[in-house]
Design a protein around this ligand. Structure first.
Ligand SMILES: *[C@@H]1O[C@H](CO)[C@@H](O)[C@H](O)[C@H]1NC(C)=O
Ligand SMILES: *[C@@H]1O[C@H](CO)[C@@H](O)[C@H](O)[C@H]1NC(C)=O
Length: 556
């Protein structure tokens, strides 16, 4: 018995000394200590949770450097998310003290060095979201462990201010806006200055993000403030050119918020807002969650980036020269618009109720309102060109989803890819379309049998959920997940999603190697999954036909 105990003790001791771990790491702010996890034989991941990359932010101010700490900071637990409203816009949670990041570092039997680094930026409409272990259906979506371990890269996830505290702007220097984007930038700069101590290579930083996070990735590549800090970037379902990415009349939103917190809307507005309680300010950013075909949800979203003359010196479409040396992947899910369009037109999800063509026209009318009735009619005839005289129920419902997907995600992403490729010097350009049908298609309301990949469906595959929660996924999803992790991490290593040590099912050609090529990503992908000119007729309509129509005077 005693002998057995000694044997166990020796075994535990050997295990402890043989684990490859960074131990205590020195950063510019002081020492940090994470947690070492054994993930397989001779395979370890060091996890650092909640490292401060900036000081507690001042209200409506850019983030400032953290003053540091003495002793060893235990980076073993997540910090609070940034203050935000819940989905129903009824409650505020989180903290203003939220500028922290997490780091996952993979090791084999030896401690790693010079690894590529992938920095994750979460989405959430610039209103919500968190990297800090926020749980959805029992799963921590943005756990970096699978990507780090399977792709052999360092994964970092950052926090940034959202809602009014992140994005409120008067359009003037008294409240310039974009604070959340400055937070992201401060985190990127921190990673560049400090990641070498964690075994990372600061010349090999790739940003990736989804939805508002994908648009954020795009903004970070377009601002002149990241020169030399970013080598590569991946925008999933969101780019700076999305109609929800830049707010054109921020002052109107600031006045609405001011009125809700009893601030004057004259020259005293900014000073009053700056001295208002952050929870009250967050609450005052609530948007309507009611929508109709003629008042689509997308138009309720009124906090996002602004052209401030500093972070964004000009409209994003004029800033692509700043991304000329950055390798760029951008793509969408084939039904990215479904989740939103089905809020505006609920009958889309009903198997029993027809969706009226008038609803589609009302929604298109909202998307094309600058161009009046002509714009709407031209849009409708573009979409219904092949519908014949009596389109089926499914044709109309899918048509509505296509309109929302094109307008909110797919077309702006194509526009960003064209501009990136056009302005690129050394930067490469790659385009993808995820078409894996939603796992709930035809099984669970509200998912019709014809569903493709909905908004956010990509997250589970990129973050390796079919591996970390295998019971919830069939084998084909592990294939899909391994493909996405392979393409993403190869790209982070080499700038080419096909090269970097992980094998891929299909060679993904550059966007402009011959025509505008893109990769269709799906669990059963193989040869025949490279296509050209994604939805060209619709891209042409939204980027060229519609803008060339005369703009009608806005009635404000
Ligand atoms: C997963 O990929 C492997 C290798 O290509 C293949 O043999 C297998 O059939 C795939 N599994 C599923 C369920 O599609
Ligand atoms: C980036 O990382 C990859 C993989 O470790 C390496 O081959 C490459 O040389 C690195 N690039 C730079 C610029 O250091």
């Amino acid at each position: 018995m005693v002998l057995l105990r000694i044997c166990v003790a020796v075994a535990v001791f050997l295990e402890a000394v043989s684990a490859a771990s960074l131990g205590v790491v020195s950063t510019e702010g002081g020492l940090v200590e994470g947690v070492n996890i054994a993930v397989a034989t001779n395979r370890y991941v060091d996890v650092f949770k909640g490292i401060p990359f900036a000081a507690v932010p001042g209200r409506f101010e850019k983030p400032k450097r953290h003053s540091g700490w003495s002793g060893v900071l235990k980076a073993k637990e997540f910090k609070p998310q940034c203050l935000q409203l819940n989905m129903l816009m009824t409650q505020v949670s989180g903290s203003n003290d939220c500028l922290y990041l997490n780091i996952w570092v993979p090791h084999g039997s030896q401690v790693s060095s010079n690894l590529p680094v992938m920095v994750w930026i979460y989405g959430g409409a610039f209103m919500m979201g968190s990297s800090m272990g926020s749980i959805s259906q029992g799963v921590y979506t943005y756990d970096g462990q699978e990507i780090a371990n399977r792709g052999n890269v360092i994964v970092v996830s950052l926090g940034y201010r959202v809602g009014t505290l992140g994005f409120l702007s008067t359009g003037q220097s008294d409240l310039p806006g974009n604070y959340g984007l400055w937070d992201q930038q401060a985190a990127i700069a921190w990673v560049h200055r400090n990641i070498r101590s964690f075994g990372g290579n600061p010349s090999n930083i790739t940003l990736f993000g989804e939805s508002a996070g994908g648009a954020s990735v795009s903004f970070q590549t377009l601002t002149p403030h990241n020169k030399g800090l970013i080598r590569r970037a991946i925008s999933q379902s969101g780019v700076a050119l999305c109609p929800w990415g830049v707010i054109e009349n921020p002052r109107k939103v600031a006045e609405k918020v001011a009125q809700r917190v009893n601030c004057p809307t004259d020259s005293r507005m900014a000073a009053c807002l700056k001295s208002t309680d952050p929870v009250a300010l967050t609450k005052a950013g609530a948007i309507s969650i009611q929508s109709t075909p003629s008042q689509p949800m997308i138009e309720n979203m009124d906090l996002a980036a602004v052209v401030d003359g500093d972070f964004l010196p000009d409209h994003p479409s004029n800033l692509f020269h700043n991304a000329a040396a950055i390798d760029y992947i951008a793509g969408v899910n084939d039904m990215d618009g479904h989740i939103f369009t089905a809020l505006d037109i609920p009958s889309i999800n009903s198997m029993l109720v027809d969706t009226s063509i008038d609803d589609l026209k009302a929604m298109l009318g909202a998307f094309t309102k600058d161009k009046g009735k002509t714009g709407m009619e031209k849009a409708f005839s573009t979409y219904s060109a092949n519908w014949g005289s009596s389109p089926s129920r499914e044709t109309i419902k899918k048509g509505a989803v296509a309109m929302g997907t094109d307008y909110m995600f797919l077309v702006p992403t194509q526009a960003a890819l064209y501009l990136h490729a056009k302005r690129a010097t050394t930067g490469r350009t790659y385009s993808y379309l995820l078409t894996e049908p939603s796992r709930l298609a035809g099984i669970v309301s509200p998912y019709p049998s014809w569903m493709g990949a909905d908004h956010m469906d990509d997250l589970q595959y990129v973050f390796g959920k079919p591996f970390s929660t295998p019971d919830a996924y069939g084998a084909k999803y592990r294939n899909l997940s391994s493909y996405m992790i392979a393409y993403w991490t190869n790209f982070a290593k080499t700038g080419d999603p096909n090269q970097g040590g992980s094998s891929v099912p299909v060679a993904w050609p550059k966007f402009q190697s011959s025509g505008e090529q893109y990769l269709e990503i799906r669990s059963n992908m193989g040869q025949g999954f490279v296509h050209q000119d994604m939805r060209l007729r619709f891209v042409t309509f939204w980027t060229s036909v519609l803008p060339s129509l005369p703009t009608i005077t806005k009635s404000e």
